[in-house]
Write a new protein. Structure first.
Length: 213
């Protein structure tokens, strides 16, 4: 595990990532907050590419939270089967949708405290929706952000919420959402779990874990 570093290191990491991935953005295709919330639930243990293959038919069949809430569970499960863990995901989508209908008049709320009160929605999903639909900065701690932040010495935590809190201290608030997108892309393209491509990595010379991970 790399030694922890401070805010100046976080700023340096941000600048390097910005230069390497200037066009990084949310890879989940969506038109509104509900669609992104559902797509994010589906993305657990699944690629964004696969989710994007499933969601056009899904959103056409269920355009509103009420439609999801009232959906036949078996039909919903079949539509999302290829994303894996489809029963759990279908239940999470329906429970969250019912809460959106019952507590928020069918509209996805735009505050963290309201989003995480929805069944099936945690801080990761909430931050994705807040940052990409409502313009509220948030750090999304997925497997890539967790791994890379630890390798860079930005955190020594394992728990996603604790990692998020550590990153909030060293990354400027206005860049939290961008940091998430860029780090996720870096994880997919360079800093892999088993065999990180340290040679040629734009962060190699400032990464405490370079060539030793």
């Amino acid at each position: 595990m790399a030694a922890l570093v401070g805010r100046n290191h976080g700023l340096k990491v941000m600048r390097r990532l910005q230069k390497a991935y200037p066009d990084a953005a949310c890879a989940l295709i969506h038109d509104d907050a509900l669609q992104l919330l559902v797509a994010t639930i589906l993305s657990a243990q699944c690629t964004d590419v696969r989710v994007n293959m499933v969601t056009p038919a899904l959103f056409a069949r269920y355009p509103t939270a009420a439609d999801f809430a009232e959906a036949d569970p078996g039909e919903l499960e079949e539509l999302i089967r290829s994303t894996g863990f489809f029963r759990n995901k279908a239940r999470a989508i329906q429970e969250a949708s019912r809460d959106i209908v019952d507590l928020h008049d069918g509209e996805v709320p735009d505050r963290m405290e309201d989003l995480v009160e929805l069944r099936g929605v945690g801080r990761k999903t909430a931050n994705v929706v807040l940052g990409n639909v409502f313009g509220v900065p948030g750090i999304t701690v997925d497997t890539h952000v967790r791994r890379i932040s630890r390798r860079l010495g930005l955190t020594d935590q394992q728990d996603p919420v604790k990692i998020e809190m550590d990153l909030m201290k060293v990354i400027p608030r206005k860049r939290w959402t961008d940091f998430s997108h860029m780090t996720i892309l870096h994880g997919r393209e360079v800093c892999a779990s088993r065999k990180p491509r340290c040679r040629g990595c734009p962060l190699a010379d400032i990464c405490p874990s370079a060539n030793v991970t």
